[in-house]
Ligand binder design. Structure first.
Ligand code: SF4
Length: 743
């Protein structure tokens, strides 16, 4: 039968490309995808998609996408069987571990792992089997400051404060561009529609050095000097105390440290910070008054504010603003999700709190955060004599482009005795590997947004079955086999043992937990009930069934199961609005929301010592609607048309620097230089230049032919790996001092 004769079939799934998790309706005819559009019946995204969503077809059909393992030989890359690939990893790894021990091994995780069910679940056994403290991830070039402030303030580093966009009257957005990103650390498809509705009923204020799409569509845009968000936010908090606007609301008896905060912000009046930030003191005071007076208000900060030297303080100050105006854990303010797969814990406040710096990177001396060392120290930990790393496993990450001072990292990767990369493309990192292991395409695997359901503004569950069957090795098995090799069980060991161990541990832990709805139940009965599902599905079914909406393995017959979700809710199931979580959800040691935790207080002393900036140009990044990670540049429909990788310069600076509107400019930082096309625009404020990230495909050996047709330049050749946000270990990607001259 030809494709034309085959009846089309409809498939519903979540888009796995970004945090928005939009519902897709996919029409398949035989082995061809004939249409992808927004799923109008998805109760959460209601038909919204962005231009990226429909390109799952192009990504699936991409001839550059790897479909079999690759081994690098003296004669170049050769295709290998999976058995050969794992045997090669074992052959290279064994002498490294024998000679140098476990700490010679490193694991680096990229953010696509969090959009991939197999990657999310079976990445953990890889980490456990590796047995190393040299763990790195994209979190320290992104959101680690938010984890740290959340961990210190309410004891839960993964409990993100979500701006209740749909119910608030006033939203203050600092260094974020959700109109384009569709949300980051908040999963909200159709952010433009949500912001438009908010602007019509209330007020949206955007604080950003660039007049972004979000700023263009806001009620008000304040241009702030890059890297100064922390000072400005402290100016707002100062005003709350200074003008007697502090109101702790419902949580007054569950908040500590208010008087200490009053002292900490005493020196940061709007008048004091005005020159540094470039925002008039009267405007800052007005914003503080408006925020405090609104019936409901939420402050939300992201990359621009957090990827700075004081990113954690910026994140903390943002949530101080929410807490001190009775907007923490309140409808219309900041809320917290309790997702359908979240396992239930004790309902009283209080817990172990959050600890930082339990060990240090041997070469850098920087402390771990959430079990990770800073991405910016990766090259140092490889090349410095005090460092330990000789072998590395990279899961869905491209540190040779996406980590700061990436040229240094690319060189360091060349020194490794073993580099294994799990990636569907021969990227700048993969080309330096010894073995590349390709996962299946997104359309060949099932999906459930285990991570991002906890960032949604509703309690929502959706399962996506695979659109295509495949004989290719699934991520679950790739990672399990990798775990067996790393753990010393050998390349031939049965990966089923990893899954059996993982699911048994989950069940054992839950039946032993007094707060669990299956406490004391027979573990074998639970395991038998799960046995008909595939590996990842067993995990999802288990978590759904013991979650707060679950059937608790028969104890709550009307509750949800994976079977019911698939059969009765193919577009997803909405379980209702967010519920207040505090005080029960506060898990600090004191059982209170700690507004002045000790590490924050200590870092305020570092802030106080920073001199006024001396001028000069500062580099910032930008988000583009048509891209999210570097590999998406290999989709022609997303990169065609106007050049996207341009250096944006304000007209006054272009005139001063002698930059022609259609010309090129050399941009130099402490660590590198690039030559980029100039785009003169008053969207950036004077003194600021702006480059997008993830580009730079000119290097030989990167097998991404569409991307190489418009290679762009790598902004991380300019970002510096020396300055860090000390509390979180997060890289500094915004406000980089640069020099710009005509090329
Ligand atoms: S906004 Fe994100 S999740 Fe939605 S269609 Fe675009 S890439 Fe996919």
């Amino acid at each position: 039968m030809t494709t034309a004769e085959v009846e089309p079939t409809l498939h519903y799934r979540s888009c796995p490309l970004c945090e928005a998790c939009c519902g897709l309706e996919i029409t398949r005819k035989g082995d061809q995808i004939v249409r992808i559009r927004g799923d109008q019946n998805d109760p959460y995204s209601k038909g919204f998609i962005c231009p990226k969503g429909s390109t799952l077809k192009q990504l699936h059909d991409d001839p550059d996408r790897l479909t079999s393992p690759k081994i690098r030989t003296d004669d170049g890359w050769v295709d290998a069987t999976w058995d050969e690939a794992f045997a090669e990893i074992e052959r290279r790894l064994t002498p490294v571990l024998d000679e140098h021990g476990r700490q010679a091994l490193s694991v680096v995780l990229g953010n696509p792992s969090t959009h991939n069910l197999g990657g999310m679940i079976y990445g953990r056994p890889v980490l456990m089997a590796a047995g190393t403290r040299n763990i790195f991830s994209a979190s320290t070039v992104d959101q680690m400051p938010k984890h740290v402030s959340a961990g210190l303030m309410w004891g839960r580093p993964d409990m993100f404060p979500l701006p209740d966009v749909d119910n608030t009257d006033y939203m203050l957005i600092i260094g974020a561009n959700p109109w384009v990103s569709n949300g980051s650390l908040v999963t909200a498809p159709d952010f433009p529609g949500r912001l438009t509705a908010l602007r019509e009923r209330g007020r949206v204020v955007v604080v950003d050095p660039k007049r972004t799409k979000t700023a263009d569509n806001a009620s008000e845009h304040l241009a702030i000097r890059p890297g100064t968000d922390t000072w400005w936010l402290l100016g707002l908090v100062h005003t709350l105390f200074d003008e007697d606007l502090v109101d702790l609301g419902r949580l007054a008896d569950h908040v500590s440290g208010v008087d200490q905060v009053r002292e900490l912000v005493a020196d940061y009046s709007p008048e004091t910070v005005a020159q540094r930030c470039g925002i008039d003191a009267a405007v800052t005071r007005r914003i503080a008054r408006e925020f405090a007076a609104a019936d409901s208000a939420c402050a939300y900060g992201r990359m621009g504010a957090h990827t700075t030297e004081f990113g954690t303080l910026a994140s903390w100050a943002t949530d101080l603003l929410n807490a001190l105006t009775a907007n923490l854990d309140e409808p219309g303010g900041i809320m917290f999700n309790s997702s359908p797969t979240q396992l239930l814990g004790p309902s009283e406040p209080g817990g172990r709190g959050f600890e930082l710096g339990r060990w240090k990177g041997p070469a850098s001396g920087f402390g771990e955060v959430k079990g990770e060392l800073p991405a910016a120290t990766l090259a140092q930990e490889i090349t410095d004599p005090a460092g330990e790393i000789k072998a590395m496993i990279v899961l869905a990450c491209n540190p040779a482009r996406s980590f700061p001072n990436s040229d240094r990292i690319a060189d360091a990767l060349e020194e490794l005795e073993l580099l294994v990369v799990v990636d569907p493309y021969m990227t700048a990192t993969a080309k330096r590997a010894h073995v590349v292991l390709p996962p299946t395409s997104a359309l060949e695997r099932s999906h459930y947004d285990l991570v991002f359901e906890s960032a949604m503004l509703r309690a929502f569950a959706k399962y996506s079955p695979p659109v295509f069957d495949t004989d290719a090795m699934r991520e679950e098995e790739i990672l399990s086999r990798l775990a067996l090799v790393l753990g010393g069980q050998g390349a031939d060991a049965d990966p089923q043992t990893i899954h059996d161990l993982l699911i048994a541990q989950m069940v054992d832990s839950e039946v032993a937990k007094p707060a669990s709805p299956i406490h004391g139940r027979d573990r074998d009965e639970i395991l038998a009930a799960l046995a008909t599902w595939t590996w990842s599905e067993q995990v999802i079914d288990f978590k759904l069934r013991v979650g707060r909406f679950g059937d608790h393995f028969g104890a709550t017959p009307d509750g949800i199961t994976l079977q019911k979700l698939i059969e009765e809710h193919p577009h997803g199931r909405d379980f209702g609005p967010l519920q207040q979580r505090f005080p029960g959800g506060i898990k600090t040691a004191s059982g209170t929301v700690e507004l002045a935790p000790e590490p924050i207080v200590a870092d305020m002393a570092r802030l106080a010592a920073v001199p006024e900036p001396q001028g000069g140009l500062r580099l910032i990044g930008r988000r583009n609607l048509r891209t999210v990670n570097s590999w998406m540049h290999n989709v022609n429909v997303l990169i065609k048309g106007r050049e996207q990788c341009t250096l944006q310069v304000h007209p006054d600076d272009a005139a001063t620097l002698g930059l022609a509107p259609e010309g090129k400019a050399i941009v130099r930082s402490r660590v590198g230089e690039v030559t980029a096309p100039v785009e003169v625009t008053d969207a950036v404020m004077p003194g600021v230049v702006c480059l997008p990230h993830g580009w730079g495909y000119e290097e030989d050996g990167i097998e991404m032919h569409t991307a190489r047709s418009r290679p762009g330049v790598n902004s991380n050749a300019l970002t510096d790996d020396a300055p860090l946000d000390l509390l979180s270990g997060n890289a500094v990607l915004n406000g980089i001092p640069v020099e710009v001259v005509p090329a």
